[in-house]
Design a protein around this ligand. Structure first.
Ligand SMILES: *Cc1c(COP(=O)(O)O)cnc(C)c1O
Length: 399
């Protein structure tokens, strides 16, 4: 398509840049045939229940990540719930608010209180100094998120946990393939939990993986995902049914092929965005710590809404008119969601989180996107910013 012939933003009546649509994400499966071959084996044999593919997935992941235990579960949410339950925690758990809701939900479902913590304005991961400031007599654990795949400051968090006798867990839903301090994410803290849901880096359809070097915790999580039953039907604690099925393990094993290549490809696409966005004054990017590798599970940018004269919602609507799918990860932040309105009086003051959440816009990024696709997204943004006054007028000036 020739960009010169498309002068008006689609939201003002111009031709959309992507008439067929540009999706936000695509499932991460290099070779669907290899998933189908394994599925055929499951459906045709009697391996529905013998869990050999689940065991193969667990041992391959444990080896790749260099951890003693990998336990497959039915979702990351269930994995987080089980890690907390199996640790026998009580009281409060410090969590970020700038994360997916499931991080805090896992705490609440255990009858514990999430204490929302501020993030670092540059990396958008939890701020260890703020975590330390929030530690109180009731605090039993920290659950931090490697947001968008960017690793947390694990050493600082490990020091806070050690100094205060707290457990430390990571919501690693986005971070399969991330590298921090020369090590694959998976072995930090007491346990890490990955998500294998369809938009993640490693996918199973639905699923999760808990990784840990703690033998006792691993054993209790294994009972926990089976109702709390270690096999003798004398449940040791109230668990869940959170088993991963063989069908899901078949897909996950296929998706495990080529993870590193996909992470490299995602980083290349992100690089195209980063270079092109450097020319847009009103857009800034979260930073990735020097030497670390992120997965860019989401490519989220921050828009200076005052400088560009449009709200993030107005920009998202204008991009939608171009056929470009976006999200706003993470807005509203968890502490502002209605599910947590009960915190009312004790609602935390999180100015950095609120400020970042008002500005976030998540742009399409998936393996197979071309450099032209990226250039067209940037061109769309440029056109929208250049027509901000008219777009604002057309939308009645409101949000
Ligand atoms: C997707 C996601 C989850 C939930 O994962 P499920 O496997 O869908 O339960 C938890 N935390 C974060 C940060 C996520 O992005």
């Amino acid at each position: 398509m020739s960009m010169n012939t498309v002068r008006e933003p689609a939201v003002l009546g111009g031709e959309p840049l992507f008439p067929d649509g540009l999706p936000l994400a695509r499932p991460a499966l290099d070779d669907p045939e290899s998933a189908i071959r394994r599925l055929r084996g499951v459906l045709g044999g009697n391996s529905f229940t013998n869990a050999s593919l689940v065991a193969e997935l667990e041992s391959r992941v444990a080896e790749e990540l260099g951890v003693r235990h990998c336990i497959a579960v039915s979702s990351c949410t269930a994995g987080l719930m089980l890690v907390i339950r199996a640790s026998g925690l009580s009281g409060d758990v410090i969590v970020p608010s700038f994360t997916f809701s499931a991080t805090a939900h896992a705490v609440h479902w255990n009858g514990l209180r999430p204490v929302f913590c501020e993030i670092d304005a540059s990396t958008l991961t939890v701020d260890p100094a703020e975590v330390e400031r929030l530690v109180g007599v009731r605090t039993s654990a920290i659950l931090a998120t490697h947001v968008f795949g960017t690793p947390c400051d694990t050493a600082a968090l490990e020091a806070v946990a050690r100094d205060n006798g707290l457990r430390l867990f990571f919501d690693a839903a986005h971070a399969f393939g991330s590298v921090h301090a020369g090590r694959r994410v998976g072995g930090f803290g007491d346990a890490e939990v990955f998500s294998l849901s369809p938009t993640k880096i490693l996918i199973a359809g639905e699923g999760g993986l808990v990784t840990t070097d703690d033998d006792v915790l691993a054993e209790r999580i294994r009972y926990g995902l089976n109702y709390g039953n270690p096999g003798d039907y004398d449940c040791r604690f109230v668990g869940l049914n959170a088993r991963m099925s063989e069908l899901h393990a078949a897909v996950a094993l296929a998706s495990l092929e080529g993870v590193e290549g996909r992470v490299a490809a995602r980083n290349e696409i992100a690089g195209w965005y980063v270079r092109a966005l450097a020319q847009l004054d009103c857009v800034s990017l979260p930073s990735v710590p020097e030497g670390d590798i992120t997965t860019y599970k989401d490519f989220t940018v921050m828009v200076d809404t005052e400088a560009c004269g449009l709200t993030t919602a107005q920009i998202a609507r204008a991009l939608e008119a171009e056929g470009i799918e976006t999200r706003r990860y993470y807005s509203p932040p968890v502490h502002r969601q209605r599910a947590y309105a009960y915190l009312n009086g004790s609602r935390p003051d999180l100015p950095v989180t609120d400020r970042v959440a008002a500005r976030v816009l998540t742009l399409p990024l998936w393996v197979g996107m071309s450099e032209d696709d990226v250039a067209s997204v940037i061109f769309a943004l440029e056109r929208i910013f250049a027509s901000a006054d008219r777009i604002r007028a057309a939308s009645g000036g409101g949000g």
